[in-house]
Design a protein. Sequence first.
Length: 446
Amino acid sequence: MKTFQAQVIARRYTLAAALLFGTQGIVALLGAADLIIPDLPSPIPYEYGRSIHLGLAVLWPLIGTMGMVYYFVSEDLDREIFSLRLARWQFWLVLTSSLSIYASLSFRLGRGREYLEGLPWSYAGIALALALFSYNLIRTLVKHKQRITPAAMIMSAGTILLLLFLIPNILTITNPIADEATKFWVVHAWEEMAFELTTAGFLASYLKNTGLAGKKDIEKWLYLEAALTVAAGLFGTGHHYYWIGFPAYWLIVGFTFSFFQLIPVALLVLMVHKGLKKRPKLGNRQKLTLALILSSLFYHVTGASLLGFIITVPWINLYMHGTYITSGHAHLALFGSLGFLVLGGAYYILSRGTQPDHKTYRRGILAVLALNGGLLMMSTALLIAGFLQAYRARYLGMDFMEVNLKLNLYLIARAAGGLLFTSGDLLLVWQILKAWRNSRPAASDS
Ligand code: HEM
Ligand code: HEM
């Protein structure tokens, strides 16, 4: 099988993403412990640790996605990307900008914008990396226009949207309502629109190029799925505008379009179902990749879409807004659906040319099980804690602090889930590192 240089470069992106994910498990576990053991001695105060955790939550999937787009676009077009040099520059730019965010937060330099706490110039660096990325992809598509596929198109569209939604967040916006809204263009529009497009593109390309599914079966729905994702995602962001000073009609707009967000996810499930109908005999590498991809699909449907839709209903959101239920949904959706997929891609890309033996494969599956078990335990504890917060504080009118002090049991259960999660996290990252070391293209990396 032909290896493109872009696919070799994709290895460094996915390796960096896996390593950052490894770090996140440890940072997050310390944060969860800090919530149940007050005044836990720590060099970084809780609020900065939380910001680093949220920064990591958004940025390692971004870096991994960049690698996956390069890998699958060149595979899908069966051609090299336009500029390998730009792809290398882009890597160092996005990596140093991301690291500068973590470093500045460690020195307690932040700007108090949840998820985007780093200093604006770091985000300018990320935006520049995304601009190089978009340019490189557009030039690639123009150069090979006869070979353009729906998957390559929608991955590139997703990339351009990532750039467009980030740009307003580099600027200083003084109006607090506009500032809050643009923040959600990254938290929501990135996750539920741009990454949805790249996700659909990866899955289509993966299923097609591994021979799991026929080209026609896979590509039939892709453009429809992409159009629905963009239309529903754009106005579905309205579910974040409910209580930040937007006119009341956004309650209806946000709710209605959030409902339509469920349709492209259903189409995605249909596509993967078609892809796996043939039940081909798979090797250990494919089976481990699929375990990660199917985990992602499970949370995409449940934790992201269905739970997301339930909490979007304005009468429900009124009570549960900003409680631990949001945190439960955030973990199930961001890690469950996007994180698992990026890890699946990272493993697939970095293990190319190798086939894990039975023992290594079993360790990989154990890691996936620990990640799933830990995630489910954490999120269940968070959902119960959030329900109690909403019921006692918002329905019964009890004092908020009094209610929070009674949640310790659930926060301990969350930390226990976090411990299981982190063991799975470290075990998987170890398997990915081993695959990276053993795989052939490493020698020809430039
Ligand atoms: C992969 C897809 C998704 C991801 C990664 C995701 C991620 C997130 C994250 C990180 C938050 C927390 C934001 C914050 O802290 O303020 C959030 C909140 C929210 N999400 Fe999602 N989400 C996804 C899909 C959905 C869908 C499909 C819906 C609705 C149909 C939805 C509805 C909501 C709502 C209503 C909130 C705000 C909760 C509150 O008011 O506190 N999400 N989501
Ligand atoms: C060991 C595993 C993890 C633990 C123990 C953990 C713990 C925490 C803690 C303590 C918070 C602060 C707010 C709260 O108490 O909920 C938080 C928030 C958050 N975490 Fe994690 N986390 C873990 C893994 C992850 C992963 C892998 C991701 C995504 C890639 C993630 C995404 C988020 C997000 C988006 C929020 C903000 C939620 C909100 O707005 O309410 N976490 N996490």
